[in-house]
Structure formats: structure tokens, C-alpha cells
Design a protein around this ligand. Structure first.
Ligand code: C5P
Length: 400
């Protein structure tokens, strides 16, 4: 439940994408939010208020002269009782009104009267989006501190292809969740490694580690939610890229090493979550090794570079965080590893229930000692990790 106890005021304007807002309400509610919907008259021509009433469990406002609320001032109360006002879809007309402070119906009036953050999710024909008037209005809104989510490119209701499509409900959900997280790492550049590496033996075989990539992807998402500029270097995994994160896919430890060291001088924080293979075959066979009669083949191995240690050894290293997965003696091994790798923070993970789950049990080891985190979803642990990193960065800054 990522939106437990959150209250979302959702404005819906007239556009074909309004049908997707029904799914959006369902997603918000599923994550624990209470949702209060206001629709423009035009929006009611696309989807009935009854749909939103049923999905949100709350009465839907459509009439500026609604007298059924406290003191009859729906436009004042509406956004003030919410944590955030989201307008999805936001039509070109609505954007123009919001940019200019026009209040001629309920939704535009409550937008003007709000004292809460405004998130607009544009949806319109590509020409309307690219029209200089719309672009000007969007720039004005951004300068006023309004957050614009999307739009996406692709096929449009009118049959044309271009920019202006509303981003998908799941993407809006992820962006709203991110918006509501504390911004511990604004302006910081964070590099994360995730997943296993795969060391090629021949075209169909290789050596790898067990790693789903879930923890590393959660760390990248949490860093992005905290306001950081995030790059994720990932080994072969089956995970969706978190919104707003730039992802570089690699296969082998050598490729991961190269991708990380290319960026390592331009970052503030390096978080090494990847389960890098310690060894790789000395030679990669060009063709499939045949199962001939006789003794099984021997594979000579050579050691891979330690990516984290090489970043730590840079003349001007970023703040480095390591992970230590251990099956026993976690505190002893993790602290030893922290000192050996000369890193300020290591995250210990006691492997009890195998890999690949959505939850984890982590312990943080830094100069203050050890901090045990309660077993929780990986994303929640990753958020706590960001708070800890931000605190240690502040201490570092104060010390220098
Ligand atoms: O030495 P060990 O593999 O136990 O250390 C784990 C930590 O070091 C993790 O943060 C892992 O991502 C990082 N590491 C690395 N390159 C390697 C091996 C480990 O960056 N070749």
C-alpha cells in the first residue's frame, strides 16, 4: 500500500483519455488512497460520473454551484482536504486556463483556489501539444512550480502519431507515489549496479549468480523518488525500468566494470547492489562446446575486477555503498568487508529464504555501528537506505 492515508483530489477534463482515469482511480484506491473526483462538463460526455462514484466510493463534483458541501464552497474545500491535486487528463484548454488563472467552472476554480501541489497529466492531439500557445502555457505552469507528467508519444485517438498521448495509469501512479516521497537527494547524481553478471563460456553457456535484480531496481527507484538523477547499470534481469531512471544493460562483469568506470567521476553516490561473478572463463569458445565421449572439459577461470574497489580507489571517489549477502555471521563478515573495501556504508543481507522475493531483511553497517531494519518490501527498505545515505552525506559535508 504505497498511498495509505493519502488523499488525492483528481480532476478530469474532456478528452478521450478520460476513460483511462477510471483505471487510475482504481489503482489509487488499491494503493490505499482516498480519491475525490471533480469533472468538467466536457469530461462527463466521455465517461459518466457514476463510474467514478462507484470506483472512488465518493460523490463526484461536476457543478460549480454545488451546495451539498460544507458552507457550499466546494471549490475551496476540495483541494485543501487533499495531499495533492492531480488533473488527468489535462486538456489543452484546461492547461491554458490554469496557466492564466482563469476560473470559469468548478475544476478551474478549485485549481486556482488550491493550496496544495498540482500535477497535470496532459492528453491531446500532437498539433495541440506542439502549438506554441500550449508550450508557452506549460512553461508558465512549470515556472509556477506545477509538475507536468508526460505526455508520451505514440498513436493517438485521431489516428495520427505523435506527442500528446496521456501516459498510462500505472505510470501516473508511479509518478504520484514518487512525488509524495521525501526529497533527500535533490541534485545528487547516483549510480546503481543491479542484477547478476553472466560470464560467457560458449554461445549457449555461461556462469552466473542467483540475483533477480529486484533489490538493485528498488534502490534505483528509491534514489529517483528522493530527487536524484539516477543511472542504473544492470546485468541480465527481467525487471521493468523505474520511471525517470536511465538504464544501461550489460552482460559480463567486464562490461559492468567499463560502464561504471565511464561514469564514476561524474557522480556523488555509487551503490553497488549487483551480484558480480567473481570469476570468468579464461577463454570464450566461439562455437558450442560439444559433448564428446571422453572426460568432461575443464574450464580455466580468471578473476574479475572488483568494480566497487576500483571506484573507491579513484582519486576523487563518490560516496560508496556496498552490499554483502551472507548466509551466516552477517555482522562479522559485513563489517570486515566494509573495512576491507574502505567504504562508509555496507548493507548486510542475511540470506535465509533464498533469492528473488519481494521482501528482505537488511542491516546497515556504518561508522555509527549497526542498524537493523525490520523485514519489509524491498522498495521500503531502499527508501530507508536513501534516508541513511542522505544523513551520512550531510555529516561528510559538515566534516569537510
Ligand atoms: O567482495 P564481495 O563480492 O563479497 O562484495 C560485495 C560488494 O562488492 C557488493 O556491493 C558488490 O556489488 C560489489 N562487487 C563489485 N564487483 C565485484 C564483486 C563485488 O562491485 N567484482
Amino acid at each position: 500500500m504505497e498511498l495509505a492515508e493519502k488523499r488525492i483530489a483528481l480532476g478530469i477534463t474532456g478528452g478521450i483519455a478520460a476513460y483511462k482515469s477510471a483505471e487510475l482511480v482504481r489503482l489509487f484506491v488499491k494503493q490505499g488512497a482516498s480519491v475525490q473526483v471533480a469533472m468538467t462538463q466536457a469530461a462527463t460526455h466521455f465517461v459518466s460520473p457514476t463510474t467514478f462514484h462507484a470506483l472512488s466510493g465518493n460523490r463526484v463534483f461536476t457543478d460549480p454551484w454545488d451546495s451539498n458541501t460544507d458552507k457550499g464552497l466546494a471549490h475551496i474545500n476540495f483541494s485543501r482536504e487533499a495531499d495533492v491535486l492531480v488533473v488527468a487528463p489535462a486538456s489543452a484548454n484546461f492547461i491554458a486556463k490554469a496557466a492564466n488563472g482563469i476560473a470559469d467552472d468548478l475544476l478551474s476554480t478549485l485549481t486556482l483556489a488550491r493550496n496544495r501541489p498540482l500535477l497535470l497529466v496532459p492528453a491531446m492531439n500532437a498539433q495541440m501539444w506542439l502549438n506554441p500557445a500550449t508550450q508557452r502555457n506549460v512553461a508558465v505552469l512549470r515556472a509556477d512550480g506545477v509538475t507536468i507528467l508526460g505526455p508520451a508519444s505514440g498513436e493517438q485517438a485521431c489516428g495520427e502519431i505523435g506527442e500528446g498521448r496521456m501516459i498510462e495509469p500505472e505510470e501516473i501512479l508511479e509518478d504520484v507515489i514518487a512525488f509524495l516521497q521525501p526529497k533527500h537527494l535533490i541534485g545528487k547524481r547516483v549510480l546503481v549496479t543491479a542484477g547478476p553478471t553472466f560470464e560467457t563460456i560458449d554461445p549457449v553457456r555461461g556462469i552466473t549468480n542467483l540475483s533477480s535484480g529486484k533489490m538493485g531496481f528498488a534502490v534505483a527507484r528509491a534514489a529517483r523518488e528522493s530527487g536524484a538523477d539516477v543511472t542504473l547499470v544492470s546485468g541480465p534481469v527481467n525487471q521493468p525500468t523505474p520511471r525517470g531512471v536511465s538504464r544501461i544493460d550489460v552482460t559480463t562483469a567486464l562490461e559492468m566494470h567499463a560502464a561504471v568506470l565511464r561514469q564514476a567521476n561524474d557522480i556523488d553516490v555509487f551503490i553497488a547492489v549487483a551480484a558480480v561473478a567473481d570469476y570468468r572463463p579464461k577463454v570464450v569458445t566461439a562455437h558450442k562446446v560439444k559433448k564428446d565421449a571422453g572426460s568432461p572439459p575443464t574450464i580455466d577461470l580468471v578473476q574479475n575486477p572488483d568494480i566497487l574497489s576500483d571506484v573507491v580507489a579513484l582519486p576523487n571517489p563518490p560516496f560508496c555503498v556496498g552490499f554483502a549477502a551472507e548466509s551466516r555471521n552477517l555482522a562479522e563478515y559485513a563489517e570486515k568487508k566494509r573495512r576491507a573495501k574502505k567504504i562508509p556504508l555496507i548493507v548486510g543481507n542475511l540470506i535465509q529464504n533464498g533469492f528473488g522475493g519481494d521482501e528482505n531483511t537488511l542491516t546497515l553497517f556504518d561508522d555509527h555501528g549497526q542498524t537493523q531494519m525490520a523485514s519489509a518490501p524491498k522498495l521500503h527498505l531502499a527508501r530507508q537506505l536513501m534516508a541513511r545515505i542522505a544523513m551520512l552525506l550531510k555529516e561528510n559535508d559538515a566534516a569537510h
